[in-house]
Each structure stands twice: as C-alpha cells, then as structure tokens.
Design a protein around this ligand. Structure first.
Ligand SMILES: Cc1cc2nc3c(=O)[nH]c(=O)nc-3n(C[C@H](O)[C@H](O)[C@H](O)COP(=O)(O)O)c2cc1C
Length: 333
C-alpha cells in the first residue's frame, strides 16, 4: 500500500506495542520529544472489549498527540474480533487496527492467541477478514517468523495479503527464540524481495539511529519499529530522523527530565490506581541507561508512592548523564 493510508512519509518510524508500557502516557512522552511516524497501543484483548465496558477501560485511553494510532488486538475467534471491531468503531477513533501474531507470553500462547496463531495460517486470514469486514481503516498484522523457514513465512504472508492487510511488521524471531537469539533481519528482506508492493516494517534489536539506518538499507523495508530502545530513549525517533537527514544529534536530555515528564503524563492520562505500577514498569527499562540502573531500580521499588519514588530518583540521578547510543538494555524481565 502507499503512504497515503496514513499520510506519513516513509520510512515509517513506529513505536512498538508493548504490554503495560505503550499506554497513552508513554505515547505522549514519545510525542513530547518529537513523536514518531506511527503509534501502536499495547495489546488489547478482544474478549475484554466485547464483554466489558470499553468506555471505562484504561487501556483504551488515547492521548492528544499520539497520532496516527493503531489499536493492537489479541485473541483467537474471528467472531470476537468482529464484535470487538464494531464496538471500537462505534466508540473510539483509532486510525487503524493491528493484529497480534507474535506475543509469546505463556498465558497468551496457552489460549492459542498471539504467536500460537502462526501455526494456523487459515485462521489468521479469517481474523483479518473479520476485522476488515467491520472497518474501512487500515488493518495490519505484527508477526514473528513462524519457524525461520522461508517457504512457510511467504505462504503465511501470501494468505494475509489475500485477506487484505494494508501492511505488516515482522519481528524475525521464532516463538521458540524468545529474546535469546538476535533478530534475523535477512527474513525482512525475504518479504520485500517476494512482495515488493507490500509495505513491510522491520522490527527487532534496533538500539541506535545507526542501526535503524542499517535495518532500512540492508533489508529494503519501508519502516522500522522500535520497542525497548524507545523505553530507554523516548527521543530515539527524533534522533533517527536527524541521523537519516545527515544532521548532528543533540545531546541526550538530563537524566531526570524524562521521568519527571512521564510522571506528569501518568497523572494526566491514567487512573490513579495504575499510575505507580506503570511508572515502575517503565523505570525498569529507563534506568538501564545508567551503569547502576538495576540497583537504582531495586531501591525505587521499595519506595511507596509516586512522590517518594520521585524524591529518591532526584537523589539517584543527580549528576548522572545518559551516554551515547546504543540504547541496549542489559537485562530483560
Ligand atoms: C515489555 C514488552 C512488552 C511487549 N508487548 C507486546 C505487545 O503487547 N504486542 C506485541 O505485538 N509485541 C509486544 N512486545 C514485542 C515488541 O513489540 C517488539 O516486537 C520486541 O520488543 C522487539 O523489538 P525491540 O528489539 O525494538 O524491543 C513486547 C515487548 C516487550 C519488551
């Protein structure tokens, strides 16, 4: 598909969907540093959208500057996707929908959702069809590599294209890889070579503007999606844009700036009962910008209340500088 689907110039720089993290406040934090090309929500359970009250769902809160925004949906039954779509279309104003074919969390896979669907290409296509029948907006999929086999990947993508996806994002790790092995970027190239007309976003292990440029040039993809590095550096999209234009990168902001901004945005966009947990979830990643970050995180977890956490952060980060790229976390959860 062409760029006209979102009027966003290519390459598309996308903030990855991340459960517990890419809520309205984090998307607004990214927006406050210049934004990105496309935002995604964290994964939204279609069952919850259908059977609970979506108007009261904190995961469906939208910011003011997080546009264009795709709602990422996770589930299994095409009928539930269709019903969820009807509710979302009636109540909200998302710019498109993305279907999760990549999550490897235990419970998600046990239900047969996320990456478990990769074994059922026909069902994946039926889900796309069910979503498309209920919206005129772009519908994409985000998938892992089924098994690093070229034929099975191309067969699956062919089916998804026939069902009418507007674009896709490939995170080229298999469900079995978890995060242990590096993403195999060459599989992104397989897709662009086989389907030059398909908009393909590459994802996985981009931790710097230099790596973003390499991902684009080596694989011929139309965009880059960034997850973990955007938790460490919510300004990475601005830096990639500057780097691609050949400009010099500005220094990283002072260590305390992003946490202070984020706290204000959490208070603005999320209900009080979620704010502290969401602050903690993000700090686990952000503090990995600093050599003793995980030690700091251990101390912060013991502080109860946002004010106490912020006071300790002020002490810990006084004089701390965020170093040059890459923004690579040294620990996963
Ligand atoms: C904490 C966390 C939560 C995630 N949640 C989701 C999710 O809800 N939906 C999804 O499709 N992928 C999810 N992912 C995968 C990311 O979107 C992305 O594919 C992965 O982190 C690889 O990109 P990166 O190397 O830039 O981090 C999650 C990843 C992390 C680290």
């Amino acid at each position: 598909m062409s760029i006209s689907i979102f009027s966003v110039e290519k390459p598309w720089l996308c903030l990855a969907p991340m459960a517990g993290l890419t809520h309205a406040a984090l998307r607004e934090l990214v927006a406050s540093y210049g934004g990105c090309g496309l935002f995604f929500t964290e994964m939204l359970n279609v069952r919850a959208i259908v059977f609970q009250n979506p108007e009261k769902d904190p995961y469906l809160i939208r910011g003011e500057n997080d546009r264009p925004l795709l709602a990422q949906l996770v589930g299994r039954e095409p009928d539930l996707f269709a019903r969820a779509l009807r509710r979302l279309e009636a109540l909200f104003d998302f710019d498109g929908y993305d279907i999760n074919l990549g999550c490897t969390r235990g419970a998600i896979q046990r239900y047969g959702w996320g990456a478990a669907l990769l074994k059922e290409p026909r069902l994946c296509a039926e889900i796309v069809t069910a979503v498309k029948e209920n919206t005129t907006r772009p519908v994409s999929v985000k998938l892992r590599s089924p098994d690093h086999n070229k034929e099975s990947l191309l067969r699956l993508v062919e089916k998804l294209m026939a069902a009418g996806i507007s674009f896709l994002t490939l995170h080229p790790r298999s469900p079995q890889d978890g995060f242990r092995r590096p993403a195999r970027w060459e599989e992104i190239k397989w897709l662009k070579e086989a389907f030059p007309e398909l908009t393909v976003i590459g994802n996985g292990d981009v931790f710097s503007p230099q790596e973003a440029k390499r991902m684009l040039s080596e694989n011929g993809c139309d965009g880059v999606m960034i997850g973990r590095a955007a938790l460490l550096r919510p300004w990475i999209f601005r830096d990639i844009t500057l780097y691609l234009q050949g400009e010099t990168l500005p220094p990283a902001p002072p260590g305390l700036e992003a946490p202070e901004r984020f706290l204000r945005l959490l208070e603005k966009f999320l209900p009080p009962e979620l704010q502290e947990k969401r602050f903690e979830l993000w700090l686990f990643w952000f503090l990995q910008n600093f050599p003793y970050g995980l030690h700091y995180f251990g101390r912060l977890k013991k502080q109860k209340g946002l004010a106490a956490k912020l006071a300790l952060l002020k002490t810990l980060l006084a004089g701390e500088k965020i170093g040059p790229y890459p923004a690579r976390p040294y620990l996963l959860r």
